[in-house]
Design a protein around this ligand. Structure first.
Ligand SMILES: Cc1cc2nc3c(=O)[nH]c(=O)nc-3n(C[C@H](O)[C@H](O)[C@H](O)COP(=O)(O)O)c2cc1C
Length: 366
């Protein structure tokens, strides 16, 4: 096999190793995949003005996220069903991610329990929360995550219903019997099977169990259930970000779920300036959806983000070589970031500012 020298190579290598249905589940966006493509293109469009003649022999990409020191401004986005990629699933991923000192965001829809993920971790964990119609399930997940030592929540707000991912309908996607929605097994909801030629099994499952009546009051309710920080994941507008802070959000994750929800929704990078402006530095702003290159971190931070979340590329690494594959994806990404910092004349993250952005991208300088 060809050696993988960037994250896109890992996607190609993963495709060769995975079943069509599992690869389709990971790769697919909703509808015509307009937003999926726009996410990557938005990062690619921006051009940088590198600074010359700066001593960059020592480079430090470390930062602090919610009070925790991390070696680079990158977390791993919450994604379901890691066992579709590798038999060790989330346990392999979390070992790789926390082993490198990075924060792993465990998904409600993990194929390992949040407790098993915590036991395998050697570093900091956040938990991604979906709010269920049955509030007792949500309450129980919060309690369990607190007891297992997770230090913050990301409440996902962009799934009142699931986006229509047509690949999953075409491939008749089923969660294999040996893959369970482990966190939900205690409530009799461990299996995702079924579906039809109109709706995938995942869509059927989500639309039956997730709470489409979620409102800002629900955010207040979630906050009343925990003393841990609660970030809102899936925000795409400045006014929603500001309102989130009014409702006590301790972080905003600009995300469109990797183009898996509203097709024709805006790309995340194009709305980042609006959101940074609305947040006014009160809480950290993270961004995911379309981050594929180390230089994307420089772009996101130049616009005012605190960190990025890496999504699908982590799953590609996992599919290719388990824990070692994830480690390699993360270290490749880190090398790209290090290289971009040096070439921009930035010895550290504090040196990244809006002056790096080419002036013709005026919208990013607002
Ligand atoms: C296979 C897959 C599963 C996902 N599962 C979840 C999930 O359970 N909860 C959640 O909040 N987001 C989930 N996401 C969205 C990610 O957290 C993140 O927003 C997205 O992957 C970013 O886009 P990118 O992978 O194209 O960079 C999932 C994404 C993928 C690709």
């Amino acid at each position: 096999m060809r050696v993988c020298v960037n994250l896109a190579d890992y996607e190609q290598a993963a495709k060769l190793r995975m079943t069509k249905s599992a690869f389709g589940y990971y790769a697919a966006g909703a509808g015509d995949e307009l937003t999926l493509r726009a996410n990557v293109e938005a990062f690619q469009r921006l051009r940088l003005r590198p600074r010359m003649l700066v001593d960059v022999t020592q480079r430090d990409p470390s930062t602090t996220l919610l009070g925790h020191r991390v070696p680079m401004p990158v977390t791993v986005a919450p994604m379901g069903f890691h066992r579709l990629a590798h038999p060790e699933g989330e346990l392999a991923t979390v070992r790789a991610v926390t082993g490198q000192g990075l924060i792993f965001v465990a998904s409600t829809m993990a194929t390992s329990t949040l407790e098993a993920i915590a036991a395998a971790a050697t570093g900091r964990l956040w938990f991604q929360l979906y709010c269920f119609r049955d509030r007792e399930i949500t309450r129980s997940l919060i309690r369990r995550a607190e007891a297992a030592g997770y230090s913050a929540f990301q409440l996902t707000v962009d799934v009142p219903v699931l986006g229509r991912r047509e690949a999953d309908i075409r491939n008749n996607f089923q969660l294999p019997e040996d893959c369970r929605v482990a966190n939900l097994e205690p409530y009799g909801l461990g299996s995702i099977r079924g579906g039809s030629d109109r709706e995938s099994s995942a869509q059927e499952y989500t639309d039956r169990l997730f709470d489409a009546s979620l409102t800002w009051e629900t955010v207040d309710w979630i906050r009343s259930q925990t003393r841990l920080p609660v970030m809102l994941k899936g925000i795409l507008r400045g006014d929603d970000a500001a309102r989130g802070i009014d409702h006590g959000a301790t972080g905003i994750v600009v995300s469109n779920h990797g183009g898996r929800q509203l097709d024709s929704g805006v790309s995340t990078f194009e709305v980042l300036p609006e959101i940074v402006q609305a947040v006014r530095g009160r809480v950290p702003v993270l961004i995911d959806s379309g981050v594929r290159r180390g230089v994307d971190v420089v772009k996101a931070l130049a616009v005012g983000a605190s960190a990025v979340q890496l999504g699908r590329p982590v799953l590609w690494g996992l599919a290719v070589d388990g824990q070692a594959g994830v480690e390699r994806v993360l270290s490749l990404f880190r090398m790209e970031l290090d290289n971009a910092l040096a070439l921009c004349g930035c010895p550290n993250l504090a040196a990244i500012g809006p002056d790096l952005i080419a002036r013709r991208f005026a919208e990013f300088l607002s």
